[in-house]
Design a protein around this ligand. Structure first.
Ligand code: C2E
Ligand code: MG
Ligand code: MG
Ligand code: MG
Length: 281
């Protein structure tokens, strides 16, 4: 009996593992065709000035409408794209389409709207990355100063020596750099001092607990003060309530992003919000 149970448990685990392997292979296989099959599309989530609710920028978020399956979360497919190297062509597609959209909005008079794009460290370390971004910007006729590249804290710090010169060059060319999910990685203050960065994005995890956990509140306050003292813009991610906005404002945080303010939407819907929300200058 015990032996049988042991075998069953073993079987259960192998089946579970095989299931995961199969799922991964299925995603990988699908991802290889996703670009050509036109299954990828972009949504944009507004970033606002908290005191006026004015939209100051949008973050580009990738979506995959997988054949026979529907929407797959980037949380599930971005890591596979990174591991397989598919993030290089996919990331380039994202950048190109985000800049083209940015240029459309720019020409429509939303002349200060920034476009943020998430960049994997694998892209950053690709030797042709800087040239490619520059080519994309000039083809799209989108000003580099309105393109903000979001890089996650943990991965950038891991390969600091290689990424640092790339970040410097991107900034020399006028682009902005922001550190995504700030507070979840292990950036030391030494690194922060050296990082060529414009913006810190406080991770949602801290915003979630800002009202209920005094330590999270203190961490948020500390990040805001430190970021501003170092000359960075600070933006709070994942704001889901009016109370969180109030608390952030009290703590001197000027900008935010989250479902309470706006959810990510396709470009045309975003454009409606822009027209309602932003003073055309
Ligand atoms: P991220 O860059 O930190 O993006 C923020 C994520 O939080 C987005 O999820 C967004 O929809 C979600 N979010 C924003 N506000 C709220 C809120 O108030 N509540 C909740 N629950 N969620 C909120 P999404 O679109 O699923 O993206 C997840 C992650 O996938 C991104 O995290 C980013 O790391 C990655 N990703 C998305 N698009 C791209 C891309 O084009 N390239 C790369 N390399 N990574 C991408
Ligand atoms: Mg991001
Ligand atoms: Mg984030
Ligand atoms: Mg995140």
């Amino acid at each position: 009996q015990a032996k049988e149970r042991g075998r069953n448990t073993y079987q259960f685990f192998t089946e579970q593992r095989d299931g995961k392997m199969e799922r991964r292979l299925n995603l990988e296989h699908g991802l290889r065709k996703a670009l050509n099959n036109n299954e990828l599309f972009l949504v944009y989530q507004p970033q606002v000035e908290l005191c006026t609710r004015k939209i100051i920028g949008v973050e580009t978020l990738l979506r995959w409408n997988k054949e026979d399956e529907g929407i797959v979360s980037p949380v599930d497919f971005i890591p596979i794209a990174e591991e397989t190297g598919l993030i290089i062509p996919i990331g380039e597609w994202v950048l190109k389409n985000a800049c083209l959209q940015g240029a459309v909005w720019h020409k429509k008079g939303f002349s200060e709207l920034t476009i943020s794009v998430n960049i994997s460290v694998r892209q950053l370390l690709d030797e042709s990355f800087i040239d490619r971004v520059e080519a994309i910007l000039s083809e799209a006729e989108f000003p580099p100063s309105l393109l903000e590249l979001e890089i996650t804290e943990s991965t950038t710090m891991e390969s600091m020596e290689e990424t640092l010169p790339v970040l410097h060059r991107l900034r020399e060319k006028g682009m902005k750099i922001s550190i995504d999910d700030f507070g979840t990685g292990y950036s030391s203050l030494t690194y922060l001092r050296k990082l060529p960065v414009d913006t810190l994005k406080i991770d949602k995890m801290f915003i979630d607990d800002i009202l209920t956990d005094s330590k999270s509140g203190a961490i948020v306050k500390t990040i805001i003060d430190m970021g501003q003292n170092l000359g960075f813009h600070v933006i709070a991610e994942g704001i889901e309530s009016a109370e969180q906005v109030d608390s952030l404002l009290e703590n001197g945080c000027l900008c935010g992003q989250g479902y309470y303010l706006y959810k990510p939407h396709k470009a045309d819907e975003i454009e409606n919000h822009l027209e309602k929300n932003m003073v055309i200058s």
